[in-house]
Design a binder for this molecule. Structure first.
Ligand code: OSB
Ligand code: MG
Length: 368
């Protein structure tokens, strides 16, 4: 394929409720969408970088800039562009995995549409539906938290993930256990909010039968995670730390985690995400699909990935209405706690252009 032009479109899409984590509060989602035009047709990508560099060092305006100024010039010179050649072509640019992932996704979508193959089939999906969990933000009060969790349980979500931070950890976990019982599949995510001094608070979580504790310590601190994993019965799961298949293997071999959260954007794309999946499978470590509050574009691709065999825990692949009153694609609807894997060519969904227009804050087209 030859890349002819790329449209970089920023949209502002309001969340149905504020999403609070240890790193801040999201009220709307500032999303960068990428539409790649090639001589074989077009494809869509979604960049998962947040508005601010608070989850990782990437942020949406930076991703837009690095795509336009550093990544696209390297792709426009490729005479035989395929999704598999995107990574090697961009190797000279360090980091910026979320930006690279968005471009690779758009090229992959265009390529698969030209073959008439779905992303799920291409990646190796083995299920038609995936089990869904939901990530619940830090609430203003315990009562508000129980209300929110109760709503998700009633909708049929297969597991609940509570966002925690020092001071909002034992109390919410205990309250949710007391209200919903020991059989509710429950896990927590700290987004790096703990350190050696506050780690003892996490030891006390071990008696609540959690599925896992996600990323308590800093991205670079595999050692602290390994110390915790040695002390706890509850598995330690890594999110932020796992930026590649090589790091996943290293973390597992050091005993820093027993479960891995896979986010394609964080590892540089869907192809590397499959490599993370494979290396974890080879080492006997289950994975699950994380989320970055994606629109239907990113969600479609995540659901396809989550249908691979080593995705053995419910993902943060919630239904569209958990995030947005109006998604930009046909909404993903929860049925019996599951979402259906799209079967159409490429990612299998398209944005509704009228909805997209109404949410667009900025658009630019980059050409060779
Ligand atoms: O750490 O998993 C995370 C959202 C934004 C950034 C980081 C995280 C999250 C979530 C929500 O937990 C996942 C989702 O439902 O998309
Ligand atoms: Mg996380």
């Amino acid at each position: 394929m030859k890349l002819e032009a790329v449209e970089l479109r920023r949209i502002d899409i309001p969340l149905v409720r504020p999403f609070r984590t240890s790193f801040g509060e999201q009220i709307t989602r500032d999303v960068l969408l990428v539409q790649a035009s090639t001589d074989e047709g077009t494809g869509w990508g979604e960049c998962v970088a947040l508005a601010d560099p608070v989850y990782s060092s990437e942020y949406v305006a930076g991703a837009e800039a690095v795509i336009a100024d550093h990544l696209l010039p390297r792709l426009f010179t490729q005479q035989d562009l395929t999704a598999r050649s995107v990574g090697p072509a961009l190797r000279g640019v360090l980091g910026h995995r979320m930006a690279k992932a968005a471009l690779e996704m758009a090229v992959l979508d265009a390529e698969l549409r030209s073959y008439g193959i779905s992303l799920g089939r291409y990646l190796g999906a083995e299920r038609a539906r995936v089990e869904c969990g939901v990530s619940v933000g830090i609430a203003p009060t315990i009562d508000a938290l129980l209300d929110e969790v109760g709503g998700y349980v009633a909708q049929g979500y297969r597991r609940i993930k509570l966002k925690i931070q020092p001071g909002w950890d034992l109390e919410p976990v205990r309250a949710v256990r007391d209200a919903f019982g020991v059989d509710l599949p429950l896990q927590v995510d700290a987004n790096t909010a703990y350190d050696a001094a506050t780690a003892p608070r996490l030891h006390a979580l071990d008696e609540y039968g959690l599925l896992l504790i996600e990323q308590p310590f800093a991205e670079e601190d595999l050692h602290q995670h390994a110390l915790l994993a040695r002390r706890l019965v509850t598995p330690v799961c890594l999110d932020e730390s796992v930026v590649s298949a090589a790091v996943a293997a290293d973390a597992i071999n050091r005993g820093a985690c027993g479960v891995v959260n896979i986010k394609p954007g964080r590892v540089g794309g869907y192809l590397e995400a499959v490599r993370v999946h494979d290396v974890c499978a080879a080492l006997g470590v289950p994975v699950w699909c994380g989320g970055m509050l994606e629109t239907g574009i990113g969600r479609a691709a995540n659901v396809a990935l989550a249908a691979l065999p080593n995705f053995r825990l419910p993902g943060d692949t919630s239904a569209s209405d958990r995030y947005y009153a109006q998604d930009i694609t046909e909404p993903f609807v929860l049925v019996d706690g599951q979402l259906a894997v799209p079967t159409g060519p490429g990612i299998g969904v398209e944005p509704r252009l009228d909805v997209l227009e109404s949410m667009t804050t900025r658009v630019r087209t980059v050409r060779p």
